[in-house]
Design a protein around this ligand. Sequence first.
Ligand SMILES: [Cu+2]
Length: 356
Amino acid sequence: MINFLIPLVVILAVAVVARLIKVFELSAELKGEEPWRISADDNRIQSLLMFVGVVGFLAYVVYTTVQLDSIVLPVSASEHGVKTDGLLTVTWWIIGPMFFLTHILLGYFAYKYYFRKDRAATFFAHSTKLEMIWTVIPTVTLTSLIIYGISTWQEITGPAPEDAIEIELYAKQFDWTARYAGADNTLGRSGFRLIEGANTLGVDMQDSAAADDKVVRGEFHIPVGRSVLFKFHSRDVIHSAYMPHFRAQMNCVPGMTTQFHFVPTKTTEEMRAETGNSKFDYILLCNKICGGAHYNMQMTIVVETEEAYNKWLNEKKTLTEDLAPKPEEPAMQATSDTLAAPVDTLAVPTAGAAHS
Ligand SMILES: [Cu+2]
């Protein structure tokens, strides 16, 4: 109902304003005034307002840039991140001054050349020089930026080094699971048809490469200074794996594998010291609005020395151990006990029970 009322109120408000303007015009006409005739004063005031508006807008841009500087990302923590940051800095230094220059000219010209009866505008039909300036300069600038951007992108997305550590990031509504390749550094095959019971990633346990794979949740670790090759999968909808501090982002698309590799350059501890924030943690976020709990779809990333990383990974169980049947645990027994219990002890109140 509210969804219907709000547009209705807006439409009625616009109609009221339009009618009021009409009333003012008619009453002025009856008094013999000519409110629609634009006077020299109107022109001057409008041109001044245009200039003040542009100056105010630029001041707002400067103010917000300074104010928001404290919440932008800290320095990049990956090798290629330095290149993407460099690309952005060069782009800003080219478009920033141009943005200010064109806006100042826009405001100034509107102010200086507002219509005056006794002054005619200069007219010329064609100027080759002017045409050349505004064609060649933007062409050269934009082409250089695009070539610089494409070559940086190719450098970043080129093949991963042979010794890169392979990690699968598996997205689903609404969490992440990481799978490590294990000692053979090869991830076992997987497919959604194989998802069953504890095998939530659908790993093909017939594939010998899968036996030593390790599955971790909550947080995952990577070693500093080593290339890490991420392979992304999704079980349901399109998600986007976003690791902002490493300047890395890649879509996770159901039915296909996407990938991205980078070299982390600062451990979590080093980043904590550098940012002065003792609670700093690297983070993997979902950056594609994928449903109700999208905002909370995240995983902590710990960057540490290679020794610490190896120690952490060695302590994790392999998938073979994880998926092995556990006959010694009385879990199955408890389940069948529950099933054998009389129906009325199950905690599902019926409508009749609620009234009694
Ligand atoms: Cu998501």
